[in-house]
Design a protein around this ligand. Structure first.
Ligand code: DON
Length: 314
């Protein structure tokens, strides 16, 4: 069956799955959040949702996994909706060149994190989402927003994952305490992190995730549900941040190899946007040394080369 621009996208995803099958299990599954280490390292899923609404999938595309840092794209979108451009007083828009959980730049930059996708930046964004709410209300709002984006009421939080991270999230407590000491968090650390750990523990399938990201491929409106999410300018800007910062200190390499905006999570997922064409989600739990899915990145590199979808030219 043909897809966008007469590409046979179903064959392309099936071929990518088949070509990567001998490599399943490569990379290192995240274990600093104990509950994440329980996942099957051989899992692999890929789903493409075209702006025309067609869905193409292969492998474990309907198996839920922990989206972790991919949630940062959705909370950024929510925070921009609530506070507009004022959020940039609290977080920058530059690549960090450091690990996702690094604390080194925070002191130099007086508690203002480099971008909304490193942990410190995402914690600052969650603090903004929390404004005027209890953590329970804010978590409810985040879940409702993601269900609205994906047009799917079945999306839930895995509370075991949230609990597991709360029990072992020493780094995030350090980052949040550091920011609070600079006066850069409005709410107590426990409340901000309680909310943050729950947003990271959202459990979604590749199909649900690709649908949730579709507004970014379609100028801010989900063409399937017709839900209007953001203006086209805001969608473009979120994509720009995903391209430059979405893979931490691996962002340059991801842009070089794939050439598309993408956001990774330590659960092994990546949400990738081909503007004007499709939203893509891949999942393979084994990570590379930057904490990004090893085979997920490879799958997207294969997809970009087989479709000519790189934003830098075919
Ligand atoms: O805060 C953490 O460490 C995790 N909840 C999320 C980190 C993450 O997904 C980094 N991405 N590759």
């Amino acid at each position: 069956m043909s897809g966008i621009e007469n590409l046979d996208l179903q064959s392309i995803v099936a071929d990518i799955h088949r070509d990567l099958t001998p490599r399943l299990g490569e990379g290192k599954v995240a274990d600093y959040i104990p509950q994440l280490a329980r996942v099957d390292p051989q899992s692999f899923g890929i789903a493409i949702v075209g702006v025309d609404g067609q869905v193409y999938k292969a492998g474990d595309a309907e198996v839920p996994f922990s989206i972790q840092s991919i949630s940062k794209v959705f909370t950024l979108t929510l925070a921009l909706g609530k506070h507009g451009e004022n959020i940039w007083k609290r977080v920058g828009r530059e690549p960090s060149g450091s690990a996702f959980n690094s604390i080194v730049q925070l002191e130099h930059e007086h508690g203002v994190p480099r971008n909304p996708f490193i942990n410190a930046g995402a914690i600052a964004i969650t603090d903004l989402v929390l404004a005027g709410h209890t953590p329970r209300e804010a978590i409810g709002e985040i879940v409702r927003f993601i269900r609205y984006l994906a047009d799917d009421e079945d999306i839930v939080i895995d509370h075991e994952v949230a609990k597991s991270e709360a029990a072992t999230g020493y780094r995030n407590f350090a980052l949040a305490n550091f920011m609070r000491s600079f006066g850069k968090l409005d709410h107590p650390v426990e409340l901000v992190l309680g909310t943050y750990f729950h947003q990271c523990a959202l459990s979604m399938t590749c199909v649900q995730l690709a649908k949730a990201g579709l507004f970014l491929a379609a100028s801010g409106t989900n063409p399937l549900s017709h839900h209007s999410v953001v203006t086209s300018q805001r969608a473009r800007r979120i994509n720009a941040l995903m391209l430059t910062c979405g893979h931490y200190d691996g962002s340059g390499d991801f842009a070089y190899r794939v050439g598309l905006p993408g956001k990774s999570g330590v659960g092994g997922g990546i949400l990738c946007v081909a503007p004007g064409k499709a939203s893509v989600a891949v999942w393979s739990p084994g990570l590379n040394h930057n904490g990004n899915s090893l085979l997920g990145s490879r799958a997207l590199e294969m997809l970009a080369s087989r479709t000519g979808w790189s934003v830098f030219g075919a």
